[in-house]
Write a protein that binds this ligand. Structure first.
Ligand SMILES: [Zn+2]
Length: 95
């Protein structure tokens, strides 16, 4: 294997690890923890350390229409929303 191939292989490996981590991360941080609405946030990129992926924290500011404000990292997975929809007291979906 020459250097270029080795570089490409390493790059692909990191890219895959990064993509998988981000996919999981953004499945875990989706909706407002207070009212379970989808919210919008600012879009700043944060550094990702391959040696410490668990330390990744999206600190974009999020402001929800219910009054809750925090950072993207505080958002909760959408499965809470799905679980809540099975309850009689459904939160309203925001479309
Ligand atoms: Zn909210």
């Amino acid at each position: 294997m020459n250097d270029a191939e080795e570089f490409k292989r390493k790059h692909d490996e990191y890219q895959k690890q990064y993509d998988e981590f981000m996919k999981k991360y953004y499945e875990e941080h989706v909706v407002c923890p207070k009212c379970f609405s989808r919210t919008s946030s600012t879009y700043v990129g944060y550094g990702f350390d391959f040696k410490h992926p668990e330390q990744y924290k999206d600190e974009n500011h999020v402001k929800c229409k219910c009054g809750w404000a925090g950072i993207y990292h505080d958002l909760v997975p959408i499965k809470h929303l799905i679980e809540d929809l099975s309850l009689p007291n459904k939160p309203k979906l925001d479309h």
